[in-house]
Design a binder for this molecule. Structure first.
Ligand code: GRF
Length: 263
């Protein structure tokens, strides 16, 4: 199965679209507009201006639309959000959703002025009803990719089927080792010398979907769960956004269990 986001990258912001109103065709790349006095005719000037608008259109491609689901602190969400603000980012955070009303991540999202929602699994039962509500929010915000950033629930069929191949998760260990809760502690207790983090596509299992990216982190002799966790988290913050970027560059292709990163 290949997993390409729908519509992203190919679309152009409406404003630019109306500016060019169908005059495009082949346009020179890197064209510069000299003062209009240099043009032999008004028509030529208009044609070149139009070319520039098209070039501009290429540069302001619509960004990939991300929704983040979280249950707690939200440091991965913050990293994704901060990276989305960078000049060349190809994605934006459209909504943040939490199953926990008092999640710190939700509070931070509101501070950033983002659309932030608490959806209560306790009030919305069964799980299908709960996930339908989430789906409603995702749709309203034109979500193309869901990032699970410390979202402490296993996804049900409702979300999985609607967003198949478009949900990614981050885990604080080198999968398939140490899935589930407390990946850092599991690794430490087991005695591995190297642990790390993994971004993977989400399927119906626990941390068992096809792996997109992994980063190794050395376990030091005097590490505690906290010290190891901190070093892993630092890598998580970089890796998650990298995976999102690759996704919206249409460079992730799932082949069985493997995710091929296209060059
Ligand atoms: C991270 O360690 C992540 O790998 C795991 O849950 C933790 C969430 O941390 N899935 P934060 O809420 O992003 O700070």
């Amino acid at each position: 199965m290949s997993c390409f986001p729908t519509g992203s990258n190919a679309e152009v912001v409406e404003l630019v679209d109306t500016q060019v109103s169908g005059t495009c065709g082949s346009n020179p790349v890197g064209v510069r507009v000299p003062p209009s006095a240099f043009f032999s005719s008004q028509y030529e000037a208009a044609a070149l201006q139009s070319a520039v608008n098209i070039q501009g259109a290429d540069e302001v491609k619509k960004k990939g639309r991300v929704a983040v689901l979280l249950s707690g602190r939200g440091s991965n969400f913050e990293a994704i959000y901060q990276n989305s603000l960078k000049q060349n980012a190809n994605f934006e955070v459209r909504a943040v959703i939490s199953d926990k009303k008092d999640a710190r991540g939700l509070e931070r999202a509101r501070e950033f002025g983002l659309e932030a929602f608490h959806v209560s699994p306790r009030k919305l039962k069964p799980k299908e009803v709960y996930e339908r509500k989430i789906l409603e929010i995702l749709k309203t915000h034109d979500t193309e990719l869901i990032c699970l950033a410390g979202y402490m629930r296993i996804l049900g069929e409702t979300l999985l089927s609607e967003y198949e191949g478009r949900i990614i998760n981050i885990h604080p260990a080198l999968l398939p080792s140490f899935p589930g809760l407390h990946g850092q502690k599991q690794a430490l207790d087991y005695g591995v010398k190297v642990s790390g983090c993994t971004v993977h596509f989400v399927n119906s299992g626990v941390d068992s979907g096809p792996i997109i990216l992994q980063k190794a982190v050395e376990v030091k002799e005097d590490d505690t769960e906290e010290t190891l966790g901190q070093r892993i988290l630092k890598q998580e913050h970089q890796m998650f956004s990298k995976a999102v970027t690759l996704f919206f560059e249409n460079r992730l292709q799932i082949q069985g269990r493997r995710v091929i990163i296209l060059s």
